[in-house]
Design a protein around this ligand. Sequence first.
Ligand code: APR
Length: 237
Amino acid sequence: MSLEEAREWLQSAAAVAVLTGAGISAESGVPTFRGAGGLWRQFRPEDLATPEAFARDPKLVWEFYDCRRELMAKAKPNAAHRALVRLEIQKPHFTLITQNIDGLHELAGSGRVLKLHGDIWRMRCTSCGGNWPDRRVPLPKLPPHCACKGLARPAVVWFGEPLPDGMMREAEHAAAEAQVFLVIGTSAQVYPAAGLIPFAKQAGARVIEINLERTPFSDMVDCALEGPAGELLPQLI
Ligand code: APR
């Protein structure tokens, strides 16, 4: 399938859902996880992104997240983020489902964003369960604490943890309703998020994938466009 045909599907669709991954923020200078120079090529996720790692060494985990916050605070939305804002305005039914915790979709102006893996700009208390926004960069003291004196953790989803309540149900609903399901910049290796791709296909959506390289679903999707999202998405929308 060509980009032109994919553009026609998108133009004629009233209901669209989008799944994004780290690749959409790569052109904003935010490192991916598994691509070239990816975080999990340099660090072990079991040392930095699991509840066990946090219980073992909360300061080390916070040093990692504080460093990512500093980098993400400098990042600006790119042409791919902006193209999705235009698409949202055009479509009566639109849902943006992201695995990213960087907040760049919202910064670009996206309204309806399902943040499956949480938000690096929010904290959660491990004692009282409080959840609050915090954009201080760098954090004055590591690890940070809640007003209740409880230890604070990043309000993100770590490996082995469930997604926020109801989030997956909302995402599946949007994928099931979509006439076109766009998949942008994800290696489609982390579940349950990656499961949305075959789910949308089975529900009858036309699935369009944008990635620098092939993924486990590239043979299954209706159109696999290989290239940078910042270049291809504006052409598609
Ligand atoms: N345009 C399009 N795709 C890109 C670009 C780009 N400019 N740059 C990189 N990519 C692609 C890579 O080829 C890769 O397939 O983006 C994908 C990024 O994959 P990952 O690094 O695995 O990121 P993601 O799929 O979002 O990871 C899922 O894993 O580590 C956890 O919780 C974390 O949300 C994350 C989840």
